[in-house]
Write a protein that binds this ligand. Structure first.
Ligand SMILES: Cc1cc2nc3c(=O)[nH]c(=O)nc-3n(C[C@H](O)[C@H](O)[C@H](O)COP(=O)(O)OP(=O)(O)OC[C@H]3O[C@@H](n4cnc5c(N)ncnc54)[C@H](O)[C@@H]3O)c2cc1C
Length: 410
C-alpha cells in the first residue's frame, strides 16, 4: 500500500503538534509527512512575556531540523505562496511544488499594527521577541525616571480585533510587581484600556472578576469597552472622546490571517471557515486549518494544540480506514504570570467560541506560576525531541494538577 502524503504548512504550535501526533499515530510505511515553514525554528510564544523583565530568549527557540529529522519528517524551508486545491499542490518561493493527499494549513495569524493609527509609530507592540526586548529597555527608562522623582504614565491598549490579549494583562501585572520591587511604583501610573466588554472577555466572567480585583488592589486604572482611535506622541485618543496622557504605550496589535487563500471560505480577516468537529475547511476535501489560521474566535496555544490533535486523529482515521473518533470539544486553558503568583484559567467553550456558562475555573496562587514555568520547559523539550505536547487521549496531567493545586491556590 502506498504511503499517503500529508503536508503541514507552518512550524508553530498547530503545525508541529499535528506532525508529531500523526507520526505517533501512523506507521512510517503508511505516511509521507512534510512540514513547510518559512522559519527554521519553533518559537514558544507564551514565554515572550518574561523577556522585558530579564528572562533569556534562547530556551524559547527549538530548531526544526533537530525536531523533525528525528522521526524522518521531511522539512522544506520555504514561504508558501499559493495552494492549487484542484491539483492538490502547494507552491512556494522555491522551485519544486509540494504535492499532497491531505493538507494542514497552520500558518497562524499576523499582526497588523497599521490598522490603529499611530500604533506602529508611537507604541511598543508585543508580538515578536525584538519588540519584547525593546519593551524591557523602555521599562528600564520608566524605572530610571521614576527613581529620579519624575512621575511616569504607562498605558496598555487592547484595540478591537486582537487575537488573545492575555499577554498584555500579564505584562501590566508583572510591571506592577517589578516596579514595587524597585520601590518606584508610587511614581508610575498604570492604565489598562481595552475594547473588550470585560477584562479577558473571551475566557469568561471568572477571569474578569479576578483581573478587576488585581487591578483594584494594585492601583492599576482599568477601563473596558473603550476602543482606541489614535495613538499620538504624548496622548492616546478613544472612541468616547477621552484622551489619556502617556510616557509609554504598550499596544496589542490587531491581527488577520498570515496567509489569504483564494477560493477557500474565510471570514473578513482571512481566517479559514472550519467544521467545528475536526477543523476541516468547509467544502475542501482533505484540507484542515488548526490553530490561529482557522476561524475559531479564541486564539491560544492550548487551543492550537488540541485542535491539532483533533486534525491528526481525523487524518489518521482516513489513512487507516478507521471510523472517525469523538468530536473535538474546545477548552481554553492558560496561566497568566504576575511574577508574585500565577492565574490559571480553564474555560470549556461552545463550537462558536463562547464560554460555557458557569463552567469556567479560575485559580490563583504561587503554585500556578510554578506550573506555568514547568509547562514552558516541558513543551519546548517535547518538541526538541520530536514528540507531541499532548497525550494521545485525555488531558490527565492538567486535570490532576488542577485537582491537586486547586484548594490551596484559590
Ligand atoms: C507575546 C505572546 C504571548 C502569548 N502567550 C500565550 C499564552 O500564554 N498562552 C496561550 O495559550 N497563547 C499565548 N499566545 C498565543 C499563541 O502564541 C498563539 O495562539 C499560537 O502561537 C498559535 O499557534 P499557531 O501554530 O496556530 O500559529 P503560529 O504560532 O503563529 O505559527 C504559524 C507558523 O506558520 C509559519 N508561516 C506563516 N506564514 C507562512 C508562509 N506563508 N509560509 C510558510 N510558513 C508560514 C510561521 O513562521 C509559523 O511557524 C501568545 C501570543 C503572543 C504573541
Amino acid at each position: 500500500m502506498l504511503a499517503e502524503r500529508v503536508v503541514v504548512l507552518g512550524g508553530g504550535f498547530a503545525g508541529l503538534e499535528t506532525a508529531f501526533q500523526l507520526a505517533a499515530m501512523v506507521k512510517p510505511s503508511r505516511l509521507h509527512l512534510t512540514v513547510v515553514s518559512d522559519r527554521d525554528r519553533f518559537l514558544y510564544r507564551p514565554g515572550l512575556v518574561a523577556l522585558p523583565f530579564g528572562a533569556a530568549e534562547a530556551p524559547l527557540h527549538v530548531p526544526l531540523s533537530q525536531a523533525l529529522d528525528l522521526h524522518g519528517i521531511k522539512r522544506r524551508l520555504a514561504c508558501v505562496e499559493n495552494i492549487d486545491t484542484d491539483r492538490r499542490v502547494v507552491h512556494t518561493n522555491r522551485l519544486a511544488p509540494v504535492h499532497y493527499d491531505h493538507l494542514v494549513i497552520a500558518t497562524g495569524a499576523q499582526a497588523h499594527p497599521h490598522r490603529v493609527p499611530g500604533l506602529a509609530e508611537h507604541a511598543v507592540a508585543i508580538s515578536s521577541p525584538g519588540q519584547l526586548h525593546q519593551l524591557g529597555e523602555r521599562f528600564q527608562w520608566v524605572a530610571h525616571n521614576a527613581g529620579h522623582g519624575r512621575p511616569q504614565q504607562v498605558l496598555f491598549v487592547v484595540p478591537p480585533n486582537t487575537a488573545w490579549p492575555g499577554p498584555a494583562y500579564e505584562i501590566a501585572l508583572m510591571l506592577d510587581t517589578w516596579l514595587r520591587r524597585r520601590e518606584v511604583r508610587h511614581q508610575v501610573g498604570i492604565t489598562f484600556a481595552t475594547a473588550e466588554r470585560t477584562f479577558g472577555e473571551h475566557l469568561g466572567e471568572g477571569l474578569h472578576h479576578i483581573l478587576a480585583g488585581e487591578f483594584a488592589t494594585r492601583g492599576i486604572a482599568g477601563r473596558t469597552g473603550l476602543a482606541v482611535t489614535e495613538i499620538a506622541e504624548v496622548h492616546t485618543g478613544f472612541d468616547d472622546g477621552t484622551k489619556v496622557q502617556h510616557d509609554l504605550v504598550v499596544g496589542v496589535p490587531p491581527v488577520a490571517a498570515a496567509m489569504w487563500h483564494d477560493g477557500m471560505p474565510a471570514d473578513g480577516r482571512g481566517f479559514l471557515t472550519c467544521r467545528p468537529a475536526d477543523r476541516s475547511v468547509l467544502g475542501q476535501d482533505g484540507v484542515y486549518a488548526p490553530g490561529d489560521a482557522g476561524d475559531f474566535p479564541v486564539k491560544q496555544a492550548f487551543l492550537a494544540v488540541t485542535q491539532a490533535r483533533a486534525v491528526a486523529t481525523a487524518i489518521a482515521s482516513r489513512i487507516l480506514g478507521r471510523p472517525a473518533g469523538t468530536e473535538y470539544e474546545p477548552t481554553a486553558l492558560c496561566v497568566l504570570d504576575t511574577v508574585d503568583k500565577g492565574i490559571l484559567v480553564e474555560a470549556p467553550l461552545t463550537a462558536e467560541g463562547l464560554v460555557r456558562v458557569d463552567h469556567d475555573h479560575v485559580l490563583t496562587g504561587p503554585a500556578w506560576r510554578a506550573v506555568k514555568h514547568a509547562i514552558g520547559r516541558y513543551v519546548p523539550m517535547r518538541y526538541r525531541h520530536g514528540r507531541p505536547a499532548l497525550p494521545r487521549t485525555g488531558d490527565g496531567l492538567l486535570t490532576a494538577a488542577r485537582r491537586l493545586l486547586g484548594p490551596i491556590g484559590r
